[in-house]
Design a protein around this ligand. Structure first.
Ligand code: EPZ
Length: 426
């Protein structure tokens, strides 16, 4: 098995203009939504990510055919022949979004059989909200070891569902099932992340009637006539935030040309508080001009529009060489601070207590390169950001995690001037 890792020689200010790909956390659920209507669909701005490849493999097992178009980012998805078939447990368990097959398969075929999903090891990541919601809609859930069988022989019925936490996946799973369920299904305390709203846009173009109300309520009028869709996936705010952080960490200047800055409000506010310069060109996008004498900031991760948990590791990297003390509370996932131990290998000064950390920034000349190991998508990206800011050599393993969430990651960074190389060895 070839071991791949990055070698990073940091300390170089990054600069240039790039665009980001389609959002991972939108494209995966949007692919699943195409099972709701058997037809020839087309998605544009689809990133070539490991999770997209895995989902396409599952789609082909379900009798669908997926074909990349010449431009390399458009994907035709023909679900005309889609039917219920056993799915590869190993593929289902290789990522979290496979759980989003449950809603459409259950609603369309009256039953679904999948194994518990995998995904980043950032917490227990239960799926009780998903299963309880489907039971409230009339389904019966049977658990046989890792295998989940959910049955709705008479079909699902509409319901008023209240989530104790605005779960992104549970909101999306129920949303998909509700589109095929007669009556009005309401989700109270729903997740309203930009990726959920992009999914709603796709479903509306498919013919679904979906209303948004306060407080955080989504209502779906289901079982209406549907049609095939063509949809462009929204740009990835998490990818954009990662590259903006690279500019901040290296004191460079980077422009992300195709991102709506309002999707990154709190993240950009925190970069500004650190003393970095955020500029919003009239043509759109965001320009970040970094400073090497940044001030530390504190933050708590929250559901959108709060500080995104998926940018916590990346923002934490910036704190290790900022002036002052940063208090970070990771309130969304109970085990998402593993990357901090890797920062300590570089000389970072920090303490961790449960889901909170206190980082005391040190002068970056006191930090050193190290052999770093990533275990999840955003944690691995955070390690690269840290390595880019230190004028020394670091190696970063765990690249397979990063490939699940970032397309052409090192190519984009190399284009911006980073000295990062992919090393493959047997
Ligand atoms: C989605 O995960 C994203 N993944 C995650 O991105 C993201 O971090 C997360 O939303 C929060 O924004 C995809 O969209 C594929 P949740 P999801 O359900 O749906 C608890 C990345 O790096 N919970 O909103 O799994 C859960 O344990 C990935 O791109 C239950 O208790 O997140 C967590 O503490 C990582 N029971 C909290 O809710 C449930 O049934 C939020 O989870 C479901 C969730």
């Amino acid at each position: 098995m070839r071991e791949c890792y990055f070698v990073v020689d940091g300390g170089v200010p990054l600069s240039g203009v790039i665009s980001v790909g389609g959002a991972k956390n939108a494209v995966l659920v949007e692919l699943c939504s195409l099972l709701l209507f058997p037809g020839r669909h087309c998605l544009h701005n689809v990133p070539k990510l490991a999770d997209v490849t895995a989902l396409i493999e599952l789609f082909e097992e379900l009798g669908c055919s997926c074909c990349w178009l010449e431009n390399g980012t458009s994907l035709t998805v023909d679900t005309t022949q889609s039917c219920l078939r056993p799915l590869s447990a190993s593929v289902l368990q290789s990522f979290r979004a496979s759980i989003l097959l449950l809603g459409p398969l259950l609603a369309r075929f009256g039953m679904a059989e999948i194994s518990y999903p995998g995904g980043c090891p950032i917490g227990a990541r239960p799926i009780d909200f998903h299963l309880k919601a489907f039971e409230r809609m009339g389904a019966i859930v049977e658990v046989h070891g890792d295998l989940l069988r959910v049955i709705a022989k008479k079909g699902l019925h509409a319901a008023r569902l209240v989530f104790e936490y605005p779960s992104v996946g549970a909101t999306e799973n129920v949303l998909l099932a509700a589109v095929l369920t007669r009556g009005t299904t309401t989700i109270v305390n729903a997740a309203l992340e930009p990726e959920v709203l992009d999914l709603i846009q796709l479903l509306r173009s498919m013919g679904a009637v979906i209303d948004l109300n306060v407080p955080a309520t989504i209502s779906v009028t289901g079982a209406l006539p549907l049609r095939a869709v063509e949809h462009t996936v929204l740009p990835d705010r998490l990818e954009a935030g990662t590259y903006l952080a690279a500019a901040a960490m290296t004191g460079g200047q980077i422009e992300i040309s195709n991102i709506d800055p309002e999707l990154l409000d709190v993240f950009l506010m925190k970069l500004d508080e650190m003393g970095h310069t955020v500029t919003l060109p009239a043509s759109g996008g965001v320009v970040l001009t970094g400073t090497l004498s940044a001030r530390a900031v504190s933050f708590i991760t929250m559901p959108y529009p709060g500080f995104p948990t998926d940018l916590q590791a990346i923002m934490s990297a910036l704190q290790i060489c900022s002036v002052g003390t940063s208090k970070i509370h990771e309130s969304v996932f109970e085990n998402r601070l593993v990357h901090l131990g890797e920062f300590q290998k570089m000389g970072a000064t920090l303490s961790v207590a449960g889901d909170r950390t206190c980082i005391t920034g040190v002068d970056r000349s006191l930090l050193r390169g190290a052999a770093l190991h990533g275990v999840d998508i955003r944690g691995a990206a955070g390690l690269v950001i840290a390595a880019l800011g230190v004028a020394d050599r670091s190696s970063i393993t765990g690249i397979q995690h990063l490939r699940r969430g970032y397309d052409r990651f090192e190519e984009r960074l190399q284009y911006l001037g980073a000295r990062i190389q992919l090393v493959e060895q047997d």
